[in-house]
Structure formats: C-alpha cells, structure tokens
Design a protein around this ligand. Structure first.
Ligand code: PMV
Length: 327
C-alpha cells in the first residue's frame, strides 16, 4: 500500500425505506428477515474521512468534531477490522465523520454513516470493491447502509447467505421527482436503537404476518415507483409503515417511537390527502415523520407542516445519488 492510498474521504446520503425491514435472519451478519425498498435523501449527507496511520496504537473516532462514545468507537473498530482483514493490513485508523442532519432520531443516520465509512475505509486501505461488494460490506455496519451505496431508488435483497444480500438501484434519482419533507418533532437520540430493536421483532406475534406479505408489497411498490403512480405508492408506503410499527408496539418489551406531534402530522396528512393533495407519510425507528409528495406540491406541504404544533423544523430532500469518493 502506498503512502497516498492511506487517506480517503467519502460522502453518502441516508435513505428512507418505503418498504421496511425490521428483524434479521442473522444478527451477526445483519442479514434481514425481508427485502426492502428505499430512496436516498439527496440534500442530507454524511462525509467521512479515514486515515490509516502507522503511528496509531488504536482507532480514533470524531463525530461532528466531538470524540465519540466508547460504544460508538467499538462499533466502528469492529467494522474497520472487516476492512483490515480484506486488505490484509493491521494499521489503526483515525476516522472523522460529519452529518448535516440530526443523528439517531429516525433519519437513518447509520445508513449514510456506514456507507460513507465503508467506501472511505476501502479506498484508504487500497481496496477497490464493485458496488455489490461495497453494499454487502456497508450492511455489516448497519443493515440500512447497504441501501445508501447504490443510487436513487434502491432494493436490498434478503438472503440466507452473506454474498447474496446486497442492494441495487432500480431507478436513478431523476426517474421521479418525489420530495421527502422530514418533519422534525424531536432532535434527540432514540431510547432503543435499531440494532437492539431488530432483536425484538421476532417476539411480536404480528411479525410473521408482516413478513408473509412483504414480498408482494415490495413488488407492488416497485411497480408504483416505475409507473410514477402516487396513489398506489401512498397506499403501500403507509400500510408497510403501520405494519412495522404494529410489530414494534407488540414486541416484548414493546417499542413505541411515536410522539403526540407524530400522530398530529399523520392525521393532517390523511386530511390533506382526502382534500386532494398527493401526500403520504412514513416513520422509521423514531418520532420524526417523513412526508412524501411530488415536487409540485412540496412548497405547499412545507408551509403546512411548519404550522403544526410540535414541529421544530422541516428538512427537504430530493432523490439522491450513490455513495462517492471525494478527491
Ligand atoms: O439498518 P438499521 O439498523 O439502521 O435499521 C433500520 C430500520 C428501519 O429504518 C426502521 C427500517 C428500514 O428498512 O430502514
């Protein structure tokens, strides 16, 4: 490995799942129980620099300029071990990562974090992976990170084997000018992160029913996206979101991510849709509400969302591209 190959910076977008995954068939390898479908969020990003350094005794991690917690460092070190094994190196690294949106609040910050880390660490270690292999590697850091590697609208295939579970793009960002207006009602970290949450999914009596219908919902949602059919898309996205949260709420112990303001937004969206606006919502493992609409309705929607009591601010994102290296 040359001296110049030790340092690399990558950028990746978080993604929002329209058809969710919740629960793993293998927690260690982060092989999901079901396939999922998402869109990268173009205006939001994580930028990560990795430097392998012969003078370091241990890995170091800065998040938004602050030293990371021991747990966060441990998770990143374990991930870097995978890269070190692939590249046959033993060097420790310093990692610095910045995101332009709140982390740990249901905006899938770990998706962009591990996609950017996978790409930057591989480049810094002198590894050149094809997109499917990079997606598989990112998956080992956080499942949803597999979907932040390819561009635009993305499907991540569930499989029993490590080398068969990666994400692929089904349409580029310019295919459909959907807008995600993310209504922030809480900027804090969630009490139960998704890594622990996935382990509870199987304790819900509803998980089997959710999984049984997941392949069909994904097929129908993919078709709605390909046809740019918003009303069919809206039906499927809300149904899939409700099914995932029903599983969360009925697991033992139960997980409840919604706040009163989340419910107020969901109610408002349904009212606006009845009145003719093309709009629907989805929520990940957090209280913030992703409100989706065609670009032509985004300004109206942003203004209305900002008026709902409890909404702190609204972020706007268009479909985003793939994870990429910066010069
Ligand atoms: O891959 P994780 O551990 O970040 O879990 C993500 C889970 C959800 O965001 C709730 C659903 C999904 O498919 O992204």
């Amino acid at each position: 490995m040359t001296a110049t190959a030790r340092f690399a910076t990558a950028v990746a977008h978080p993604n929002i799942a329209f058809i969710k995954y919740w629960g793993n068939r293998d927690d260690e390898l982060r092989l999901p129980a079901s396939s999922s479908l998402s869109m990268n969020l173009g205006s939001l990003y994580t930028r990560t620099t990795v430097q392998f350094d012969p003078s370091r005794q241990e890995d170091d991690l800065l998040l938004n300029g602050e030293p990371a917690s021991p747990d966060q460092k441990h998770r990143v070190s374990e991930f870097l071990d995978l890269v070190r094994t692939m590249a046959a190196i033993q060097l420790k690294a310093s990692v610095s990562s910045e995101s332009n949106f709140p982390s740990g609040a249901g905006i899938a910050s770990s998706s962009s974090a591990f996609a950017a880390l996978a790409l930057a660490a591989c480049a810094a270690a002198g590894l050149q992976l094809e997109e499917p292999s990079l997606s598989r590697l990112a998956r080992r850091g956080s499942g949803s990170a597999a979907r932040s590697v390819p561009s635009g609208f993305v499907v991540w295939q569930a499989a029993d084997l490590d080398d068969e579970s990666f994400a692929v793009s089904i349409a580029p960002p310019e295919h459909w000018s959907l807008v995600d207006c993310i209504a922030i009602v809480n900027e804090g970290h969630k009490a139960v992160g998704s890594t622990e949450g996935h382990k509870l999914a199987a304790t819900s009596p509803l998980q089997a029913a959710r999984l049984a219908g997941a392949p069909q919902r994904l097929d129908f949602c993919q078709k709605a996206i390909m046809d740019r059919n918003f009303s069919s898309f809206a039906d499927l996205v809300e149904l899939d979101c409700h099914l995932m949260h029903a599983v969360m709420m009925t697991s033992r112990p139960p997980l409840q991510y919604w706040l009163p303001a989340s419910l107020a937004i969901m109610d408002a969206v349904r009212t606006w849709r009845k009145a003719g606006l093309s709009v629907c919502y989805t929520l990940d493992a957090g209280p913030n509400v992703h409100v989706l609409c065609p670009a032509s309705d985004a300004e109206t929607l942003l203004a209305r969302l900002q008026e709902i009591p409890g909404v702190i601010r609204v972020l706007r994102a268009n479909p985003g591209g793939r994870a990429r290296l910066l010069d």
